[in-house]
Design a protein around this ligand. Sequence first.
Ligand SMILES: [Zn+2]
Length: 109
Amino acid sequence: MERTKALIAAHRRAIAEKQQQKQELEAEQSRHMDSIRLYVFNYIVANPDKLHQNTVFECQATAVPTSPDDLELDGWECPTSPTGECVYNDVADPMLDYCLFCGEPYERK
Ligand SMILES: [Zn+2]
């Protein structure tokens, strides 16, 4: 019985340790995503000419992000994006219809 209790306690400690590691990993991932958002935001501010023409000429007032937090990064391959992946302005374009660099939507068949 004591042995069972000790085993259960050991498992609980192991679970608590894994949960702690998971939280630390998620916090680290979040910091990395913030760094990438900041990098892309600074790139956009420094290179407005690199934005997709639809963005620049049709939706510039709303589509150019005002903060790195506005950016939604998506896994679609994007040849003109500085990260190689599509980037959306989640605030001005919540349906993610225009990638800021290639103009393609998030939803694709
Ligand atoms: Zn794109």
